[in-house]
Design a protein around this ligand. Structure first.
Ligand SMILES: [Zn+2]
Length: 689
């Protein structure tokens, strides 16, 4: 991979390109700002020299990925029949990453303000090239192109399952073809620490290794969530040495990708606190996931770690995590309580905010900026921080309204560890349902935003957590082609977006990626939405009033009181606003008033299991009817074995027979041991057949 050059890779792709020249030119992802097809094509040898007036560092950088590059200070003297890369300020897009590309039968000319723009122009040429005998052919066209957003990112979780540096480089090769420019590495988390820190060797000789390869086994089994010494038989894990990191950074820079390191704090730090328990509130290993904020040693540790991280990574931003802290231990800890008293902090949210502020001051002092998950806003946002909005969009919207930059990564659009197709047709994933079309539909700029607020939307990023993704092949399967949709959301203006057209280009890109040795999801076989969700259902209880004997959960209320009789059934995910969730007393218990005595032939409901997020099928179902709403006659009472397996399932529990009644009551409860959520979308009451 390291020695491959632009044209050797170009040739590889071209071998597998088919279709008409017209389609070839229209196969570019992300779709360019302006593109005009013209007559003919430019046909050339792969070994053909590329002339450029780039100099110095820019020339050196481009030389690393483009072979047969030749410097000249007089591009106008270059004869016809060649490829020319011209750095110029005139008649080129504003953005340094923008470019103009002109392909005529006489040659190719790419112009830009910077090497990055010229490089992206070449990426476009690469996507348009096809093999023509021993030559390459690019259809004639005129393109003016530039990105909509400066930040177009992908987050790779290398903690839950470690990925080799070769794997990371392979993904950089793909990302750069689609003009993505940020790789956020989630380097630390409870499942393993992944970066060598010279000052704290226990992080990599101990906290980077665990006795179970599969995260699920390690997390859920009895006496799990332990670490082991490097070299222990069966030890699973790994880490990047500082040399590995330098190698990755060098490789990424040559592909115009900035790597942003994430060091998690104050939570998701079980592995650190197992290795250095004195940094937790309890002072004991395997007790806490959060650093003790009352302890000065915590800050000494974090600053020492970040110092080594900053020595390695040149990125403007350092990501400090900041998500999902369990703040309860801080309420009990004398050191944390003392800190709150000393600093006049009124609650543990403000205590977290104190820690984040301190880290920001430290980073700013070293010329860096702080980036964190949206929870960093709790207790007050640090003055110069940038927010990565993952729990929906609210965090990002709040950030831009208060003058902060935001990177939008809402889970319901951009979490690539969620299912991309019908879960029943897919390998187990953590839950959710984010098909390609959903990813593609996202727009981070909202109509209600002012121009100033919209300008603070720094860009977009897909996050691919890896709890449920043990292998490299499966990681790529979840990544592609959805990452291509993220690339187009980040680069292309909404006016140029069209899902049907993107889908056609994505099908071709999937073939290209497969030919390059990747393992994308076979988009052509996509099953699509849950059949039941595609049209409303007619039934006897439609629009009839529902009494909740146990309340639905406010977060998953769907259409509220109307949800279970609105005729609308859910898709493959419980978070689609159609499924209604119950956690209170772990039960669903509703009574429907049909308004008058009614002939009934069946009463049923669908339930979902998504074991990752603790959504389980019911262990008991009771269906009963009544004429007066007080005295109920039981029609069906069934118990079911429930467990964490299967990871995902849909089950229908229906009574069928013949009865007549005015009131229908449906009860379903969770297993006593498992607890968790019950989700259903509609209580369907049908007449006798
Ligand atoms: Zn504490």
């Amino acid at each position: 991979m390291k020695n491959s050059t632009f044209f050797s890779r170009l040739l590889l792709v071209a071998l597998f390109c088919g279709g008409s020249h017209f389609l070839q030119a229209q196969s570019v992802i992300p779709v360019p700002l302006q593109m005009e097809q013209t007559e003919g094509a430019f046909v050339f040898k792969a070994s053909q020299p590329i002339y450029t007036n780039l100099q110095g560092e820019e020339l050196k950088l481009l030389n690393a990925t483009v072979s047969s590059l030749k410097y000249t200070d007089n591009l106008s003297a270059v004869a016809k029949g060649h490829i020319v890369l011209e750095k110029t300020e005139s008649n080129v897009p504003e953005s340094a990453e923008g470019y103009t590309l002109s392909v005529t039968p006489q040659g190719i000319r790419i112009a830009s303000r910077s090497d990055a723009g010229l490089y992206y122009g070449l990426m476009t040429v690469k996507q348009m090239s096809e093999k023509d005998g021993g030559n390459l052919r690019v259809p004639a066209c005129l393109i003016t192109d530039q990105p909509r957003f400066a930040y177009r990112g992908f987050m790779m979780d290398v903690s839950r399952h470690f990925r080799s540096k070769e794997f990371v480089k392979k993904q950089i090769d793909a990302m750069t073809q689609f003009k993505l420019n940020r790789l956020h590495l989630h380097l630390t988390d409870g499942a393993g620490w992944r970066i060598e820190i010279k000052k704290y060797p226990r992080l990599t000789e101990f906290a980077a290794w665990r006795p179970d390869a599969v995260w699920k086994d390690w997390w859920f089994k009895d006496n799990g969530r332990k670490y082991c010494e490097e070299g222990t038989p069966g030890a699973y894990g790994g880490y990047y040495t500082q040399d590995d990191i330098r190698e990755l950074l060098d490789y990424a820079a040559k592909h115009h990708i900035t790597i942003i390191p994430e060091i998690e704090m104050p939570a998701h730090s079980e592995e650190v606190l197992a290795a250095y328990p004195e940094l937790s509130c309890s002072g004991e290993p395997y007790k806490n996931a959060e650093f003790c904020i009352g302890n000065e040693k915590t800050f000494e540790f974090l600053e020492n770690v970040l110092t080594e991280v900053m020595e390695l990574f040149p990125s403007e931003y350092i990501h400090i995590g900041g998500d999902e802290a369990n703040k309860n231990p801080w309420k009990e800890c004398p050191k944390c309580q003392q800190r709150m008293k000393d600093e006049g902090l009124k609650d543990v949210d403000e205590l977290q905010s104190y820690a984040i502020h301190r880290m920001e001051v430290f980073l700013n002092k070293h010329g860096r900026k702080l980036l964190g998950w949206d929870e960093i806003m709790q207790g007050g946002l640090a003055p110069n921080a940038t927010v990565m909005s993952w729990r929906g969009e609210e965090g990002g919207l709040k950030a831009v309204r208060s003058g902060h930059r935001a990177v939008m990564t809402p889970s319901e659009y951009f979490y690539l560890d969620y299912y991309q197709d019908a879960p029943i047709s897919q390998p187990e994933a953590i839950g959710g349902y984010v098909p390609l079309e959903k990813v593609y539909s996202y727009d981070p700029v909202k109509p209600e935003m002012s121009a100033e607020e919209a300008a603070l939307i720094y860009g977009v990023q897909a996050n691919q957590w890896a709890e449920y993704i043990p292998t490299d092949e499966y990681y790529e399967y979840m990544m592609y082609p959805r990452l291509l949709a993220v690339a187009e959301v980040g680069w292309s203006v909404p006016e140029r977006k069209d899902f049907a057209d993107f889908h056609r280009r994505a099908l071709k890109a999937v073939d290209d990626l497969s030919a390059q040795g990747y393992h994308p999801f076979p988009l052509k076989d996509e099953v699509g939405h849950r059949p039941e969700s595609r049209q409303p259902i007619e039934h006897l209880a439609l629009n009839k009033p529902v009494t909740y004997n146990a309340p639905f959960n406010e977060t998953y209320k769907a259409a509220g009181d109307k949800a279970l009789t609105d005729g609308i059934r859910g898709d493959w995910t419980y978070s689609d606003g159609r499924w209604q969730g119950f956690i209170s007393r772990n039960r669903l218990d509703v009574t429907i008033d049909l308004g008058q005595s009614t002939e009934i032939g069946s009463i049923g409901a669908d339930f979902m299991q998504a074991a990752g997020p603790e959504v389980f099928l019911p262990a008991e179902v009771i269906i009963s009817v009544s004429d007066d709403g007080k005295n109920f006659k039981e029609l069906k009472r069934e118990t079911h074995q429930v467990s964490r397996e299967p990871g995902f399932a849909f089950v229908n529990h229906t009574w069928t027979g013949k009865t007549s009644a005015r009131y229908v009551r449906y009860q379903a409860r969770s297993g006593k041991e498992l607890g968790g959520w019950i989700f259903t979308d509609e209580i369907v009451v049908l007449p006798p057949r």
